[in-house]
Design a protein around this ligand. Structure first.
Ligand code: FMN
Length: 161
């Protein structure tokens, strides 16, 4: 029996996840397409691949699926305001001033993140109402910190059992 939309949404709310911002510059590097995602996962160790899913229809969809390269910033609990900003529709979040540029690839990254990844688009899979974007990580940095998590429509941080 097919599940209802309510059950599907409840499953989504029940799946806690880490929060990242994925972003790409336009051709002139004057604007940024960026959005908050909880679908980021590390995919393959050799070669180093990561992936995220992006929903059709948003302003960032086309720039992200057409991008040859993109940045991933894995957020800390102190970066909740950035998660909120990049989950809201609006032109203010296209400001390049929010971002620093990658060292290897021209990709937008957020300073102070738990991890910054510079990715070359490796594969694109259209799947349902989302596209799965797979990136080859060409450069990355990490720093210690508390991760930002999202669960039941709320932000939180990690508490060991
Ligand atoms: C915690 C959180 C996680 C999200 N994860 C995703 C995701 O994995 N994929 C996606 O397409 N949208 C996700 N969204 C929704 C987008 O961030 C939101 O729709 C954003 O406005 C899309 O940007 P756009 O309008 O520029 O395309 C998430 C939102 C939040 C708050």
């Amino acid at each position: 029996m097919p599940i209802t939309g309510d059950v599907y949404r409840e499953i989504g709310r029940s799946a806690a996840g880490a929060v990242s911002v994925v972003a790409t510059f336009d051709a002139e590097r004057r604007h940024v397409a960026a959005l908050t995602v909880s679908s980021f996962v590390t995919l393959s160790f050799d070669p180093p691949l990561v992936m995220f899913a992006i929903q059709h229809g948003g302003a960032s969809f086309r720039p992200m699926v057409e991008a040859r390269e993109f940045g991933v910033s894995l957020l800390t609990a102190a970066q909740r305001h950035l998660a909120e900003r990049f989950a809201t529709r609006g032109s203010e979040r296209r400001d390049v001033g929010d971002f620093e540029q990658g060292q290897t690839l021209p990709v937008p990254l957020l300073a102070g993140s738990l991890a910054q990844m510079e990715c070359r688009t490796h594969q694109l899979v259209m799947s349902g109402d989302h596209a799965i974007v797979v990136g080859l990580v060409e450069n990355a940095r990490t720093q210690p910190g508390e991760p930002l998590l999202y669960f039941a429509r709320r932000y939180g941080s990690f508490k060991p059992l």
